[in-house]
Design a protein around this ligand. Structure first.
Ligand code: SF4
Ligand code: SF4
Length: 197
């Protein structure tokens, strides 16, 4: 498979991502939050490029180029996550993980994984939820560390989970059914508003 594309099967496998060089260096993630762009289809799309305030993402011409990330420019702010219509960008922070930067060693401790979440209700901070892999399968418990909603994000929330660091490369979402409604945070005025008890 070429550098510019991989076989797409609904979601990219770790092997496909590795082959297409979409896996960022662990050493960089150990220094702090970094965008992880898992965009492997050569489609005409580039909102991530203009969304980044640091100019860290380049698509260029033709617009079907796969996005390139400048690791040194990225601050892990998360703005590109909400801008991506393919929900293909995540932020991983391994700075809390033991051995996070050691090549060939499995990181221990905790990692922070941020992802776009478009469903309601959103989880609430400190709630324990089921973290899921790219296929939506639950693989570990995760603690909600942050839920960000900004005007610039439109209807997309950016959720950050603290998860086992060894699974940071696999966890890409959460199981909506693991959100307990009594703990949910819904924007005031929403027809589905549920107030915490
Ligand atoms: S996380 Fe922030 S700084 Fe990094 S690429 Fe995305 S928008 Fe740019
Ligand atoms: S916005 Fe998302 S889907 Fe579009 S090019 Fe960027 S990463 Fe790929």
């Amino acid at each position: 498979m070429t550098e510019k594309g991989v076989a797409y099967d609904g979601f990219p496998s770790s092997e496909e991502l590795s082959r297409s060089r979409r896996v960022p260096p662990r050493e960089r993630m150990a220094r702090g939050p970094l965008a992880v762009i898992e965009c492997v289809q050569e489609i005409p799309c580039n909102p991530c490029e203009s969304a980044c305030p640091r100019g860290a993402i380049t698509v260029g011409r033709p617009i079907t180029n796969l996005p390139r990330l400048d690791d040194d420019r990225c601050t892990g702010c998360g703005q590109c996550l909400a801008a991506c219509p393919g929900l293909a960008i995540f932020v991983i922070d391994l700075s809390r993980a033991g051995d996070g930067g050691a090549a060939g060693r499995e990181p221990t401790g905790e990692a922070l994984v941020s992802f776009p979440y478009e469903r309601l209700p959103s989880p609430s901070v400190d709630q324990m939820v089921m973290a899921t892999d790219r296929a939506g399968q639950g693989i570990a418990a995760g603690r909600v560390v942050k839920v960000r909603r900004a005007k610039a994000f439109d209807q997309t929330a950016i959720v950050t989970l603290a998860v086992p660091a060894r699974l940071a490369g696999e966890i890409r979402g959460l199981d909506p059914s693991s959100i307990r409604p009594s703990e949910a945070v819904i924007r005031p005025g929403s027809p589905r508003e549920v107030r915490p008890t």
